[in-house]
Design a protein around this ligand. Structure first.
Ligand code: FES
Ligand SMILES: [Fe+2]
Length: 344
């Protein structure tokens, strides 16, 4: 593991070491010291209409799922059977009448209690599912392994920033995921600056007034991006990032909530959820065009991140320097990561 870099208050601090963008050691520190302590958006409360409806994902490298109980409460568990560790639910989202392990049919109830262990005499109370913290905020369902703060506190600054947006009244127009062989920090570094917009996103650049683009940072937790629209531009913007991986992108036409999930030292997944003010069929074309356009911007980011990731792994580059003028957001993000490494 590289020696910790001496940053972070210099005018043009050094970047994090390249090795942190692919090494297993760095990933283990970041899973434990960053991702396990934060909340990750797993789905919408509307996806849990009936008891037995579930959503599964990967959280800080752990497969987990959330499921609605007969009492109406959504609970989350590690997706691992207590017998011999098989995954329990198979799909990203679905419904089960009971949690029945597909391997040897151990059976659990929706509260995670072991109810059946065929051909065994064991104390079932000792073999319930491993719980994961789960919370619902404004119709969105979050999970966390070992949260440093309750969800209300964790989202406090975002809640203030998002107050003027009627999140609950928006309708889901499209949801999709992008997986890429990219370290999660490569993506985050890119998100944390707008300097690349004229070079990487010509369409977005034509839409917003880059002279008005502003990034404000709050401690280790929040980053907000604002920009005015250009005359005839497709979108104005107000983007809030709750570190490490929750992005609320609010536009005049609706909202995109994106969740970044690291899946290992070299892989990540992004889930986008596009919400609009109404799902009027007459406006479908217009709506689709906006979402397709936003998707194109996302792909442009992923493409440059893949190219950067490849170069970070070649061994020729170790640390670069960051601009205090254009990369204040990157400096904030990398400082947070650095602190986590120091703690780990
Ligand atoms: S691993 Fe689940 S029943 Fe055997
Ligand atoms: Fe970008």
């Amino acid at each position: 593991m590289s020696e910790l870099p001496r940053i972070v208050s210099a005018p043009s601090p050094e970047t994090l070491p390249a090795e942190w963008y692919w090494s297993e050691d760095a990933w283990q520190i970041e899973r434990r010291e960053i991702w396990a302590k934060h909340w990750v958006l797993i789905g919408r409360a509307a996806q849990f209409a009936a008891a037995g409806d579930y959503v599964s994902t990967e959280l800080a490298g752990y497969p987990v799922f959330a499921i609605k109980g007969k009492d109406g409460v959504i609970r989350a568990f590690h997706n691992v059977c207590r017998h011999r560790a098989s995954p329990l639910v198979q799909e990203c989202a679905g419904h089960v009448d009971r949690i029945s392990c597909p391997y040897h049919r151990w059976l659990y109830d929706f509260e995670g209690r072991l109810k059946g262990a065929p051909s065994m005499e064991i104390d079932k109370d000792e073999y319930g599912l491993f719980p994961v913290r789960c919370a619902v905020w404004r119709g969105l369902v979050f999970v966390s392994i070992d949260p440093a703060a309750p969800i209300e506190e964790w989202l406090e600054d975002i809640a203030k920033a998002a107050l003027r947006y009627p999140i609950e009244e928006l309708q889901l127009a499209r949801e999709f995921t992008i997986e890429a062989e990219v370290n999660w920090k490569t993506y985050a570094d890119n998100y944390a600056e707008a300097w690349h917009i004229p070079t990487i996103h010509p369409g977005l650049n034509a839409s917003i007034d880059m002279a008005s683009y502003r990034i404000d940072t709050v401690g280790d937790t929040l980053q907000s991006h604002t920009a005015d629209t250009r005359d005839g531009g497709k979108t104005d913007g107000f983007w809030v990032w709750r570190l490490p991986g929750l992005f609320f992108n609010m536009y005049n036409w609706g909202m995109n909530v994106a969740q970044l999930e690291p899946m290992g030292p070299r892989s990540m997944r992004l889930t986008y959820r596009y919400f609009v003010k109404d799902l009027d069929p007459a406006k479908r074309e217009e709506r689709d065009a906006l979402i397709d356009w936003a998707y194109m911007v996302a792909r442009e980011d992923i493409d440059i991140c893949k190219a950067v990731q490849k170069n970070l792994e070649t061994g020729i580059y170790d640390r670069g320097r960051l601009s205090g003028v254009h990369e204040n957001g990157v400096i904030q993000f990398q400082s947070m990561v650095l602190k986590a490494h120091r703690a780990g």
